[in-house]
Design a protein around this ligand. Structure first.
Ligand SMILES: [Zn+2]
Length: 279
């Protein structure tokens, strides 16, 4: 991991440690949708190791289990999602989920199946096998194991930076490709990158018109009575979460982190990323 990424990881750990004590006074009611990316060996802040993933799932199994994403969209329970469709989700995460009797949703990028996302290629030259995404055949295996597939656009572009016509193609072509290759229309959509500045009102309207049932963002937080069905909040789980932080996130002792997705929080994170030259 580059020095900037190491510094960012240290800051994230510190913020979480500092937030946990006062955070216990601010737990919110509602569903918590966990966001994972790769579950493997790559050295990246969004990666969770297979061993840590297994420990996290074992803890969830002993504390009430999980619901499917549709249930979480209704505002109750804990759901598990994976963004981008890394091959290691099928290899490392799926067997653990199956052993726990859990369901999960993986948001795939049809225009990159079997390949590598642009930002992974830029960060890791040459792109390592650890960044490779599932093929269609592997996505079909994921479904055959009882898990769900969701849509994450055709090419993983930042929708807010695309004209409406390109947003339309990114969203509708993605749903169509999933239906063609897997024989099922995806119920759920995930905005790429997913912070408030990464999608706009046009994106939300196009997702509604495309026929999805609901959509998830990557804005941190809980989905309570006032939840937005077209931009459900999620809880990031990443390499900087030890078990105490994971439990705090699931139990609501870190719901206070939703301030990081306020307008000021997003601005602050962008400044930090620029200073550290991270993404
Ligand atoms: Zn993504």
């Amino acid at each position: 991991m580059a020095r900037g990424s190491q510094t960012k990881a240290a800051i994230k750990r510190l913020v979480k440690r500092l937030a946990m004590a006062p955070g216990r006074f601010w737990p919110c009611r509602g569903s918590r949708i966990l966001t994972y990316h790769s579950v493997g060996t790559r050295s990246h802040e969004m990666n969770v190791t297979p061993g840590m993933f297994e420990r996290q799932m074992a803890w969830l199994a002993g504390h009430g289990g999980v619901v499917n994403l549709c249930g979480a969209a209704e505002g109750t329970g804990i759901a598990i999602t994976f963004d981008d469709g890394y091959r290691d989700n099928l290899v490392n995460a799926a067997p653990v989920l199956r052993d726990c009797g859990f369901t999960a949703t993986c948001f795939i990028v049809p225009g990159r199946m079997g390949g590598v996302l642009d930002h992974d290629r830029q960060e890791s030259r040459p792109a390592s096998d650890a960044c490779v995404l599932m093929t269609w055949k592997e996505a079909a295996s994921w479904r055959e194991m009882g898990f769900e597939i969701g849509a994450h656009t055709m090419g993983h572009r930042r929708l807010s930076q695309c004209p409406a016509q390109e947003q339309y193609a990114e969203i509708t072509d993605c749903a169509r490709a999933i239906q063609q290759h897997l024989g099922v229309f995806p119920e759920a959509f995930a905005y790429p990158f997913g912070s408030s500045g990464d999608y706009d009102r046009t994106s939300v309207r196009l997702v509604q018109e495309a026929g999805f049932a609901y959509a998830v963002s990557n804005r941190y937080g809980v989905n309570g009575a006032a939840r937005d069905r077209w931009a459900l909040r999620r809880i990031w789980i990443d390499a900087t979460d030890d078990m105490s932080m994971f439990r705090a996130k699931v139990e609501g002792r870190l719901d206070v982190l939703s301030v990081l997705d306020s307008d000021w929080g997003v601005r602050g994170r962008r400044v930090l990323n620029r200073l550290l030259k991270t993404s």
